[in-house]
Design a protein around this ligand. Structure first.
Ligand code: HEC
Ligand code: HEC
Length: 283
């Protein structure tokens, strides 16, 4: 049912090719940083001070191409980039930033430190969260959609019925949430960051499952705790285990929210409004 996301350990291999020494140092650093903190499935908490530092770095260095607000100019919209959505503390975007993609117009920023990249990541995540919360500030615009078109999208183009049913799990969804919260959960069914900051009890997102196949062929499977370019941490039946992603190691992550994260990057405003108008009929 869920899309299987396969991470080829490509980034890892290229880093090894650049120099064993640096790779091992980086790996040690990452291992220390890879404390088993629950991954929030695309919605990690954002440190406001880090986001502010990141903004100051981003605007002059990246804003020219990606837009001062990162919503895209000659370079792509980074707030709807799945790479950025999956980034944790800069781990996933570091390679793109440091090596660039010169053949496609993205210059390398080879001297950026881990700290600077992590701050930029915080800035981008603050923007991503603002997108998923944007309807909180546009309540009037929120209820302007066409329920009929929303229903058609639900059943056909949106492929929502792969996982949901209007008479089953979503039957009374509009009675469960205020429109703003329903819109937010539709976009990213993860805990509400504001509730988290306020220290309220929040329902955790459905966990991702992970399978690691070691070069020897040995397979480990469990619930994903943390993943970055260097390490995967999982909760196995025997306890928490950490795996180094040496070349030849294969990782399959099964994220139940992958479909929602992919949609978040693609929805038009009209589709979102129509979808919400339809969901609002499910009282
Ligand atoms: C001269 C223009 C330019 C500048 C400056 C620039 N970028 Fe880019 N960036 C691009 C282009 C073009 C792409 C798309 C490359 C491609 O098609 O793969 C890109 C891609 C990216 C991606 C990958 C997005 C994805 O979804 O694959 C990230 C992340 C990124 N840039 C971050 C940054 C950051 C952070 C900075 C500043 C430190 C920056 N860029 C500066 C032009 C630029
Ligand atoms: C591949 C599976 C999948 C697809 C496709 C999918 N969803 Fe979801 N959806 C989920 C999961 C998993 C959750 C989280 C459920 C939870 O928190 O227990 C969720 C949560 C939701 C929620 C919040 C429900 C609640 O009670 O909190 C809404 C609303 C929703 N989805 C709407 C949609 C719509 C509309 C589409 C199509 C545009 C869609 N989903 C497509 C898997 C999917």
């Amino acid at each position: 049912m869920f899309k299987i996301l396969t991470i080829a350990v490509l980034t890892c291999t290229s880093i090894y090719a650049q120099g064993d020494q640096i790779a091992r140092q980086e790996q040690e650093k990452k291992k220390q940083a890879a404390a088993p903190v629950l991954s929030m499935n695309g919605a990690p908490p954002v440190d406001a001070a880090a986001a502010e530092r990141g903004k100051k770095l981003f605007e002059p260095a990246c804003g020219f191409c990606h837009g001062l607000d990162a919503r895209g100019k000659s370079g792509p919209d980074l707030l709807r980039s799945t790479l950025v959505l999956h980034d944790e503390n800069g781990g996933q975007i570091a390679t793109v930033i440091r090596t660039g993609r010169p053949d496609r117009g993205m210059p390398p920023f080879a001297t950026m430190t881990d700290q600077q990249i992590s701050d930029i990541s915080a800035f981008l995540h603050a923007g991503t969260l603002a997108i998923s919360n944007r309807f909180g500030y546009e309540i009037k615009g929120l209820m302007t959609g066409d329920a009929k078109q929303g229903e058609a999208f639900f059943n056909v183009d949106g492929q929502c019925t792969k996982c949901h049913s209007a008479t089953g799990d979503l039957a009374h969804v509009a009675g469960k949430y205020e429109p703003v919260e329903l819109q937010r959960r539709l976009l990213l069914p993860a805990p509400n960051m504001i509730d988290m900051f306020m220290g309220k009890k929040v329902k955790p997102p459905p966990p991702s499952k992970v399978r690691v196949t070691l070069p020897s062929g040995e397979v480990h499977a469990g619930v994903l705790v943390h993943a970055d370019e260097f390490t995967v941490v999982m909760q196995e039946s025997g306890g928490v285990k950490s795996f180094d992603l040496t070349p030849g190691t294969k990782v399959d992550i099964d994220n139940p929210l992958a479909a929602h994260e992919a949609m978040l990057a693609k929805y038009t405003d009209a589709q979102m409004h129509n979808m919400l108008a339809y969901l609002e009929t499910l009282k």
